[in-house]
Design a protein around this ligand. Structure first.
Ligand SMILES: [Zn+2]
Length: 447
């Protein structure tokens, strides 16, 4: 038996906060502890009580005065774009063609995929993210690399091979049949192995023919316990192109609806320029809109309207969307989410931000019993946060008088430096990661 007691200021969410004063939506324990046995949480409570339960011989990891929260969850990003973040000056379609479809071709090489997968997982962990939903490249080797790297770290990860059979370079295209066959083999190999979950991943309507969409329908029907992910209504040129390719559809959302892809395991990246009808379809089917604020600002795509999703009863989650997203950090992501909503006269409280990163995203994935909360029986994926990790934060924190204020400072000023430790299934992972060695880089040109 492997037992550890983690001590610090415990914060975990019970329900969605209904305002900044909604203290019933969370549990906060000033001198708290989490008792972990063999990768699972046994109990959470006051340090004194938990110590009694665990026994005097228990190994104690004392993280005071830091906060202890459930590990963060990122519901949309692209593992092959790890090295293509910060690619300059283009909107979605040009950015894909100029940078991303070039970068993703490198993943035909298994060694490259493995190297990036290791770096990708360590980057997530370094930022306190313990579960993510990612697209791999079109190559099955990239999916093997992704799940192998996740398994080596014990992480609960969701992902899948992107399917694209048109409007992409030859080297990145499969066919409808090949996409089906390879996806099927990868599901058999990985789905449900350890903590791995598969996501059937037609990239978006532009890069899949009707034949491939039809094959996606079959895959979803044959594997109802797999996730499904694609992109929807990110950019106006994209919407015009997508709907021109499917003239029989009422609108962009209807393309996916017609192929039976909308269900409560479907994650739809972006959902920015949506009609009321389209958001209502998501509400009826339970499909999830994924809000990716740093990406939406970076590509100049537009502003996600969370209030409208709430009014119409549609579900939404939050995500980085690396590499159009500009950071792996969910703290930085929620900082931008706050600003995107603020620009539209909407308010995101700090409690709501931290709820979204943890329990909210877990509920969105239907994994709320396993992850997203510190509760007895859950997997011990846990993050420690230092609200004074940067000198400017330390100075600001001197005047903070409430938990809401502390969380807002963390979200507004924080990044990976605030993550002092992260546990995956009860194992400390951040401090064991080595810093990268000598910097290898290209000679730079001036023009
Ligand atoms: Zn994306």
């Amino acid at each position: 038996m492997n037992e550890v007691l983690i001590r610090g200021r415990v914060l975990t969410f019970l329900t969605e906060p209904q305002g900044i004063d909604d203290a019933a939506s969370y549990r906060y324990i000033e001198d708290g502890a989490v008792f972990v046995r063999d990768g699972k949480i046994v109990e959470v409570g006051l340090y004194g009580d938990i110590l009694k339960l665990a026994g005097a011989d228990i190994r104690i990891k004392d993280h005071r005065p830091n906060l202890i929260l459930p590990g963060f969850i990122d519901t949309h990003l692209h593992f092959p774009q790890t090295q293509a973040i910060a690619s300059y000056g283009a909107q979605l379609l040009e950015w894909l063609n100029t940078y991303i479809f070039v970068e993703e071709q490198k993943f035909a090489r298994a060694a490259h995929a493995a190297e990036v997968a290791d770096r990708f997982m360590d980057e997530l962990l370094s930022n306190g993210t313990t579960t993510a939903v990612a697209y791999c490249s079109v190559h099955p080797e990239s999916v093997d690399a992704y799940f192998t790297a996740a398994e080596a770290r014990g992480m609960c990860m969701i992902g899948g091979k992107v399917m694209m059979d048109r409007n992409a370079p030859d080297a990145l295209r499969d066919t409808a049949q090949q996409g089906y066959d390879e996806t099927k083999r990868l599901i058999e190999k990985w789905h449900g192995r350890g903590r791995a979950h598969y996501a059937i991943s037609p990239r978006f309507a532009i890069t899949s023919t009707p034949e491939q969409m039809e094959m996606s329908r079959v895959l979803v029907a044959e594997h109802p316990d797999c996730y499904v992910q694609t992109h929807l209504s990110e950019n106006r040129d994209e919407i015009a192109f997508a709907t021109s390719l499917y003239p029989e559809a009422k609108d962009y959302t209807d393309i996916y609806a017609r192929y039976g892809l909308l269900n409560n395991r479907m994650l739809l990246g972006h959902c920015i320029h949506m009609s009321e009808r389209e958001v209502s379809v998501l509400a009826e089917t339970g499909a999830l809109g994924v809000f990716c604020p740093t990406s939406n600002l970076f590509l100049g795509s537009g502003l996600f309207n969370a209030a409208r999703f709430d009014e119409l009863g549609a579900r939404w989650s939050v995500a980085t969307d690396v590499g159009a997203g500009t950071s792996f950090s969910m703290l930085e992501t929620m900082d931008e989410a706050y600003k995107v909503l603020h620009l539209q006269g909407q308010r995101l409280t700090p409690f709501n931000s931290f709820y979204r990163m943890t329990r909210g995203n877990a509920l969105a994935l239907g994994l709320e019993r396993q992850i997203g909360s510190l509760q007895a029986g859950a997997d011990a994926d846990i993050v420690m946060l230092d609200s004074s990790a940067k000198s400017a934060m330390e100075f600001r924190m001197r005047t903070a008088t409430s938990l809401a204020e502390e969380l807002f400072i963390l979200q507004t000023m924080g990044d990976d430096r605030c993550i002092t430790e992260v546990y995956v299934a009860g194992k400390a992972m951040k401090t064991k990661n080595k810093k990268p060695g000598a910097v290898a880089r290209q000679p730079l040109q001036l023009a």
